[in-house]
Design a protein around this ligand. Sequence first.
Ligand SMILES: Nc1ncnc2c1ncn2[C@@H]1O[C@H](COP(=O)(O)OP(=O)(O)O)[C@@H](O)[C@H]1O
Ligand SMILES: [Mg+2]
Length: 307
Amino acid sequence: MEAEVLEAAASPEAGAALSPRQLFESSGVKSVLTQLDAELVGLAPVKGRIRDIAALLLVDKLRAQQGLNSQPPSLHMCFTGNPGTGKTTVALRMAEVLKQLGYVRKGHLVAVTRDDLVGQFIGHTAPKTREVLKKAMGGVLFIDEAYYLYRPENERDYGQEAIEILLQVMENQREDIVVILAGYKDRMQTFFGSNPGMASRIAHHIDFPDYDEAELLRIAQLMLQKLHYRLDDEAEEAFARYIALRRLQPHFANARSIRNALDRIRLRHATRLFDSDTPLQPDDLVTLEAADVLASRVFSTSATADT
Ligand SMILES: Nc1ncnc2c1ncn2[C@@H]1O[C@H](COP(=O)(O)OP(=O)(O)O)[C@@H](O)[C@H]1O
Ligand SMILES: [Mg+2]
């Protein structure tokens, strides 16, 4: 009698013997979350929410194994925040988590905007939207600036047609596709206000805050480290000043502006080395200097461009 119970517990079908922590580690979810943590500076609230969702899904899986509540959870999400706050990057990681836990088959991410879904002429929108959905099946459909799908100022805007098809698929095929809507918070709220059908299908809302100056500097260092560059002490000080100025200028896009600024600094660094007559030391190839930073137009008072 007792032996029988033990045998049953040891049989392969009784995988439920794993503790949540063991499942967390063996499923690969832990490694995706660790990578997310290492790859992204700051964003503590966002990382916490992703972890919560992962925990919910994991426990849900364990419950399903025990025959408890087998209804698939609603996983459609909304990521709000300014440009360059990490929404696309986190969506990619979310897709991996969903794949590791078996909530989507493939775990790829298809990123689109209105123009990929909505046609210019009558009859073009439905095939376009369905084509995108077909590509995204088994993974995540990421719709950037999703509120552009709804244009109430045009009496019969084709965006409405795309929204209706999306709603159907979000409801009926939710075991095989997860939709993430992304964009500015205020516009997304207005969009949900006029599209209650969409609002009611979004289970998770995650807000991405702007980065502060210290976080932007750490992001720069992380990006440079990956590229095998470094700022020397004076360059770092110059770049901290760059960040403080750039943040207040138009079209500032958080981490994306940092990435762009570093591209231009590397360009100036290369030009400086190229123009130099002294023999190169290996360290010269790696070290960015203050001059490479200070040549930016951001330091001239009239600057408004993203340079
Ligand atoms: N917290 C962060 N730490 C490091 N890099 C970041 C961070 N947030 C964003 N990035 C980088 O900045 C760039 C823009 O991020 P992205 O995810 O495209 O932002 P969004 O989709 O919100 O516009 C990407 O190269 C990304 O890797
Ligand atoms: Mg993006």
